[in-house]
Design a protein around this ligand. Structure first.
Ligand code: ZN
Length: 262
């Protein structure tokens, strides 16, 4: 699942391609927008907000999309071959004179007025890669529920926007914190959150994320997706479990020695 840095990079590229350009073709292959056509409209800008994508148009409408597990936006030269998946997975096509921008497998495709953006992203906490980032506000939101596990608090986009299961696992390892530690029991929560921002920032232009500094396959993470493999620091076997609110359980990885339960 794409995390905040991947969405940020995608929106940077979309903005470079579409920003200031007039749409020469516009298709929404979702029932609620099937008859909507923005051909001739200028794209003002494309920005990310946490893991959400916002395409702002000159007619004061905003297209809101989200990747969830499998979605992506791909950019092709105009009339070039589309390679992001079978045609039936295409949810939207936004073309300019020079490029075809194709949205695949997007579970969220909705159009709203730009002034209404808060109805879809207003609930989000400070964006780790956004101009609104505020460490103190993120900490205030996290600490509002002191008994909640830090593992759940980091994934809750209402606390801070951009962290998914990859960064959660790696961040907690780097800080030596067990995922189920209650928020009130985390020694240096500010340092942990700040480090999360640094990790996303360091990876924001990379296609493949790394937290170890090593870009080779199988060496990019300390604990994420390494169950039953030896910890890179102490050799203890990495553990994994799913936990979280009912229906939203997410997989977590940790080293029981480097991240002891408290
Ligand atoms: Zn270890």
């Amino acid at each position: 699942m794409p995390e905040g840095d991947t969405v940020w990079r995608s929106c940077q590229r979309l903005n470079e391609t579409l920003g200031g350009q007039e749409l020469t073709r516009c298709e929404f292959r979702v029932p609620q927008l099937a008859s909507t056509d923005l051909t001739g409209v200028v794209v003002r800008e494309v920005v990310s907000r946490g893991k959400h994508q916002l395409f702002r148009f000159g007619n004061d409408f905003t297209l809101h999309t989200h990747f969830r597990m499998e979605g992506s936006w791909r950019i092709y030269p105009h009339a070039g071959k589309w390679t992001g998946g079978p045609d039936w997975q295409v949810r939207s096509v936004l073309a300019t004179a020079e490029h075809d921008v194709v949205g695949y497998r997007l579970p969220v495709v909705e159009l709203l007025t730009t002034s209404e953006e808060d109805t879809v992203v207003g609930h989000l906490g400070p964006d780790l890669l956004g101009p609104d980032w505020s460490l103190s506000e993120a900490l205030r939101r996290i600490l509002a529920d002191p008994d909640r596990s830090v593992g759940e608090a980091l994934l809750d986009q209402r606390n801070l926007a951009g962290i998914g299961t990859f960064y959660r696992s790696e961040l907690l390892f780097l800080q030596g914190v067990h995922p189920r530690t209650p928020v009130r029991g985390v020694k240096d929560l500010a340092r942990l959150v700040q480090r999360g921002k640094q990790l996303l920032y360091a990876n924001r232009w990379r296609t493949e994320q790394t937290t170890t500094g090593d870009l080779r396959n199988g060496r990019r993470t300390y604990v994420f997706e390494r169950p039953q493999l030896p910890c890179r620091r102490c050799g203890t076997l990495i553990l994994t479990e799913e936990f979280g609110p009912r229906g939203q359980e997410r997989r977590s990885y940790w080293c029981p020695r480097c991240q002891p339960a408290v």
